[in-house]
Design a protein around this ligand. Structure first.
Ligand code: HEM
Length: 440
């Protein structure tokens, strides 16, 4: 049965229809979205209205005051205070996003890449060191996928809390803010508690940094403290605190899920992997990275961004499928569907790593485009590259070789094996002056 046949068969039972959507989202979103784009591009349900064509997805994300992120406030405000991803077209969006973008400097990116390479190579070498008769074996999630962004948060962003605390806060806040569906009051409470703990840890940490400012600004948090001392920056200690929290919340589970799902795609498609490795062997890092984000298109970390309709509107105005929506409606803006719409991605079912980088919606688009985009764009492919290079890389025997979410919102395990010794890239100590592509 097709998605729409199953959905329509549940007509008159709105919760059952929502259940059908959730079931297809989990089991076969490409087929569901393909059918919706062709036959019912805007689909109202009892829980949300789905927007599936690229033109409409982009139109919604381009109008933040009409289609807002107000829905994020319940989870975010008590945890981290008012923050850009729960506000639209306010001074927080304009001033703080601008300031934070300037502090996540592009001249850090070679260091970010080198650190991602270093952490991944160390995990690979460790697995080789412990290898038994059957060769090295490694669980990607704790050793690489979470370890890489964790190191970036600590050493590049400069949020230098203990690893276990950072991982716990990051998990609980991402879960409560962006993956709490169906809604659980316990998940929301854990999110708020994690935010409280994170702020309690940060307050003395930031105060000490402030006392010794200017620090010379070797990491993003130090730069933020330095710049916040200047009245011209116009940013209070409370606002500094919220923005430092946002750096952690955004970084770890997103990057981890992307790394895991990209590796999973390359394990599934030997030809994609060979092509990516050929680009790597030719020293063409940009081409390698393009393979990585094309692979992610086939299983992105999420296929939906949620928005809140602020005024009665007509979606798809002027088309045959124009659909009125009332103020207060929740929109499921299906970016994962838009990335398979020929209007945005010609010949969308074909794996094609030559697509323009700005066609991808992995990091959002418009007003809320990801603050960590350029960090993720180098750290994620570098972590993947180190592992892909291992000869005979394969899934461990079932079930360990499949992504295991352990009943939760994020990947917890994916075990791989390979045949020989490590061929991890040479890496050097990451220093503040290292601006070379040292992981190559
Ligand atoms: C590397 C560290 C990262 C940091 C510090 C970070 C931080 C942020 C922040 C602060 C925002 C909100 C921007 C705004 O409201 O103006 C955001 C948005 C977003 N981020 Fe990231 N992020 C990171 C990594 C990632 C990764 C790896 C992905 C996906 C692969 C991702 C996907 C997104 C998306 C899709 C949005 C837009 C959400 C929306 O429109 O509702 N982020 N990120």
């Amino acid at each position: 049965m097709t998605f729409l046949a199953e959905f329509d068969a549940a007509a008159g039972n709105p919760p059952a229809q929502v259940g059908v959507v959730i079931k297809w989202l989990r089991s076969n979103w490409p087929a569901m979205y393909a059918e919706l784009r062709a036959d019912r591009p805007i689909l109202p349900t009892a829980a949300f209205t789905m927007v599936t064509r690229a033109t409409d997805v982009l139109a919604v994300l381009a109008q933040p005051s009409l289609y807002s992120v107000r829905g994020n406030q319940r989870a975010m405000d008590p945890a981290v205070g008012p923050f850009m991803l729960a506000r639209d077209e306010t001074e927080i969006n304009w001033e703080e996003k601008g300031l934070m973008r300037a502090l996540l400097r592009w001249d850090d990116l070679p260091r970010v890449r080198a650190l991602a390479g270093h952490v991944s190579a160390a995990a690979i070498a460790n697995a080789v060191g412990k290898a038994g008769a059957t060769g090295p074996r490694l669980d990607v999630v704790p050793t690489i996928a979470r370890a890489v962004p964790l190191a970036i948060v600590q050493h590049i962003f400069g949020f230098a809390a203990p690893s276990d605390d950072l991982l716990r806060w990051s998990f609980a806040t991402q879960h409560g803010m962006f993956r709490n569906s169906p809604f659980s009051a316990d998940v929301l409470a854990s999110c708020h508690k994690a935010g409280e703990e994170m702020r309690a840890w940060l307050k003395p940490f930031l105060a000490a940094k402030r006392a010794y400012a200017p620090s010379g600004g070797m990491d993003a948090v130090s730069r933020l403290i330095d710049i916040s001392q200047a009245p011209a920056a116009g940013i209070s200690p409370e606002r500094v605190l919220s923005n430092v929290c946002g750096l952690l919340v955004g970084a770890i589970e997103t990057s981890s899920q992307a790394i895991v799902q990209i590796i999973d795609q390359f394990l599934e498609h030997a030809d994609w992997r060979e092509a990516a490795l050929a680009a790597d062997a030719a020293g063409n890092i940009a081409a390698f990275d393009a393979y990585v984000f094309e692979a992610l298109r086939f299983n992105p970390i999420t296929t939906i961004q949620f928005r809140f309709v602020e005024q009665d509107r007509v979606l798809g105005e002027g088309t045959t499928y124009a659909t009125p929506v009332k103020a207060g409606t929740v929109l499921a803006v299906c970016t994962g569907s838009a990335m398979f719409d020929a209007a945005l991605m010609p010949d969308p079912d074909r794996f094609d790593a030559t697509r323009p980088a700005n066609a991808y919606l992995h990091f959002g688009v418009g007003h809320h485009e990801c603050l960590g985009r350029y960090v993720g764009q180098v750290s994620i492919p570098e972590a993947v590259r180190q592992l892909l290079r291992q000869p005979g890389l394969a899934r461990a025997a079932h079930p360990a070789g499949a992504i295991d979410f352990a009943g939760g919102p994020f990947p917890e395990h994916l075990v791989v094996t390979w045949s020989g010794g490590a061929t991890a890239a040479k890496h050097c100590m990451v220093t503040r002056t290292d601006t070379t592509e040292s992981a190559a």
